[in-house]
Design a protein. Sequence first.
Length: 561
Amino acid sequence: MAWRRSGALLLAGGAAFAATSTALALNDNYSPRWIHDRLPSRAEQLHRLSQGTAANPYDVLIIGGGATGTGCAVDAVTRGLRTAMVEREDFAAGTSSRSTKLVHGGVRYLEKAFKDLDFGQFKLVFEALHERGVLLRNVPYLSNPLPIMMPCYKWYEAPYFWAGLRAYDLIAGSEGLEWCRYLTPSQALSRFPTLCSHRRDGAALKGAIVYHDGQFNDSRLAVVLACTASAAGATVLNHAEVTRLLKDGEGKVVGAVVRDVLAGKDQAVYARTIINAAGPFSDEVRQLSEVSLQGGGSFGGGGGARPDCRAGAAGPNAPKMIMPSSGVHVTLPDYYSPEAVGMIVPKTKDGRVVFMLPWLEQTIAGTTDSSTEVTMRPQPTEEEIQFILDAISDYLTVKVRRSDVQSAWSGIRPLALDPNASDGYYPALFTEVAQNYTVPHRPGAIDTRVAKYLVAAYGDRAGEVTRIAEQRRLGKRIVRGYPILEAEVVYAVHSEYCETPEDFIARRTRLAFLDKLACEQALPKVVELMAGEKGWSRRRAAAELQRALAFLKTFDAEATR
């Protein structure tokens, strides 16, 4: 098996597979790890990482803490492998927090499979739909089925879309949700009140096809997977960057030099297998200057003398395997779409597909698809934002205004190239949370909106957040208009490896993605609470605030309100 090959640098991919993989056999001697309630601290994790020496290497070292990396970490450690995962920023800081928030099999892939008679595309859709079912079962509080409407403005579109979506449902088999069905124009307008009966080109609504797919909270899932891996015994570190790859005298990759970004300290980590799960940065990892270890020595604490290390030429000359593509989304007010129905624009002016979906009490719309450069802080262009607004405006009665954009973000898709080619959760848990916990300065139960939000974000751990709110009088909302509590900052610091304000506003909660201005208002309180928990000086707190404000500029939604 490829994963067992010693000295291998493997390129991993596929978020749906990584998050929920159920079939990959990594070790014939499978032995599940005990899941502990208390997570090791960052200091404990750093100490564990230093124990991955040349004499006692990890079985698996995973570079990257997004959907793929965290999923691989859970899979590996629960199969009995000694596992480490490092992420140079935060879990899901890149592509994995900037998705369309859909867990789907790929309707467009299915269309391509039929048109090109491509069996590989059929297989991809089949596997993705199977994993969709697994994910919806495994994390029901972070994911849910979502009906999506495909409006038809030409007579031939209704049977064409219905046939394709019925095939989509058939391929899902036992993992299917609900069968797609046709809605008359009046039924479609009743279900989606902001849908227009006549487009700007004069075409009248002929009906709509409604099908079901999955929706989820992408970065929360990655954080949960990282914490699950840690609880199962994996060494898991965010803000830990791989700066070099280590090779032995025979040219095999045997480890990496990892820098603690927060402390600025380096240490060598050895592993029998290294998985490159760095997403769009995978080529950057592969092209790192590689260090050769002469005479079987070790580097940085493995015992013995420091070896003769030299930079190799193989890394920088490695062929590219990733073609980056930019996908932009915008967040709009909730009145743009119904609470529990999404819409897909099946074909824009240039042939793309655009989704408009309800998400966390707001509406998100996207995406675009254009070539881009790989960068740590991708930012949407005004042209891309306007493209999305123009695409949905053809289908809505709402006057689509640029000033309604509350946040906008860009994610980089790591499209693969061939280098040789040319829990205790249950659905009614929110009622228990609402009834059993009180908010300081407010006698009685916590309000229902907050209770539902907490359960949707934390599942059966929501009680821990409300306990902190009660005991430490941190039950106030972090900002007006959103159900995010001050207590969540404390919980994230101690239970979810939240190290910076950006970690909290973008990945532990999703406020940066929902409303940039509200996020700016919340940041001082977030920094104040984190400073108290982490013992930051005033200078450090001020620096963290400025860095977080600079980060928010990448969610550029500047317009006159």
